[in-house]
Ligand binder design. Structure first.
Ligand SMILES: N[C@@H](CCC(=O)N[C@@H](CS)C(=O)NCC(=O)O)C(=O)O
Length: 208
C-alpha cells in the first residue's frame, strides 16, 4: 500500500497534459500510471468513476476531473502564481472545454460525426482561436503564464495538429507564437516523455 498520489494518465491526452503541467509546477511528485485508452487497466476502471484520464488517487480520495487535479496541485503550492488570474480566465476555460472542444472533435474526427459538417465546426473552433489571438499579450493575461494558459494550450495544440500547414497559415500570429513558446518550453518537454503502458505490479514510475 502507498500514500503516494497516483496519477492515471495518457501522454497525448490534453486533459492529462494540463494535469501534469499543474503537478509539475507545484513540485509534487506522483506515481504515474500510463493508461492505454483502447485497453484500460482494470485497476484504473475501478478507480475512475468516469473511466477517463486523468484521474488522481490521493489519501483515500479520487479526483477525476483534470481541472480539479490542477486546483488540487496548485492549492498546495503555486510558485508561479497561476491561480492569481482574472475571473475572465475561467470563462475562457469553460469555452475551451465546452464549445471549442466540441467543435475540435468534430473537425478532427469527422468520420465519427457523419451528421456534422467538418468545415462548419472548423470555423466555429477558429472563432475561439481568433478570440484568443485578440486576448494574447503575449499570454492570456500578460507576461506571466496563468492557469487558463496551461488549461487551454494543450487543446490549441490538438487543434493545430489536425492540419498544421493550415493552422500555421492562418492570420492568428499571437496564437502561433504562444503555442510555439509552449511547445519549446521546459515544462512541455518535462510533461511529454514517453511512458510504457502500466500493468498492476510494475515497479513504480514517478512524475516528474
Ligand atoms: N472531464 C474530463 C475529461 C477527460 C477525457 O475525456 N479524457 C479522454 C482522453 S483525452 C478519455 O479518457 N477518454 C476515454 C476514452 O477515450 O475511452 C477531464 O477534464 O478530466
Amino acid at each position: 500500500m502507498t500514500d503516494e498520489p497516483i496519477l492515471y494518465s495518457f501522454r497525448r491526452c490534453p486533459y492529462a497534459m494540463r494535469a501534469r503541467l499543474a503537478i509539475l509546477t507545484s513540485g509534487i511528485h506522483v506515481q504515474l500510471r500510463e493508461i492505454v485508452l483502447r485497453d484500460k487497466a482494470p485497476e484504473f476502471l475501478e478507480t475512475s468513476p468516469s473511466g477517463t484520464v486523468p484521474c488522481l488517487k490521493v489519501g483515500g480520495k479520487v479526483i477525476d476531473e483534470s481541472l480539479h487535479i490542477m486546483a488540487w496541485a496548485l492549492a498546495q503550492n503555486d510558485p508561479e502564481a497561476w491561480m492569481q488570474m482574472p475571473t475572465e480566465g475561467y470563462e475562457l476555460m469553460s469555452q475551451c472545454d465546452g464549445p471549442f472542444k466540441h467543435s475540435l472533435d468534430r473537425t478532427k474526427y469527422g468520420t465519427r460525426y457523419p451528421d456534422d459538417s467538418t468545415s462548419q465546426h472548423r470555423e466555429l473552433a477558429s472563432a475561439f482561436i481568433r478570440q484568443l489571438n485578440d486576448q494574447l499579450s503575449p499570454n492570456l493575461f500578460g507576461d506571466k503564464i496563468k492557469l487558463a494558459d496551461m488549461a487551454i494550450l494543450p487543446f490549441v495544440r490538438q487543434f493545430a495538429h489536425i492540419d498544421q500547414a493550415w493552422f500555421y497559415a492562418q492570420p492568428w500570429p499571437k496564437v502561433i507564437a504562444w503555442l510555439d513558446a509552449f511547445k519549446a518550453s521546459d515544462a512541455f518537454n518535462e510533461i511529454m516523455p514517453k511512458y510504457t503502458k502500466w500493468h498492476t505490479g510494475d515497479t513504480p514510475v514517478y512524475f516528474p
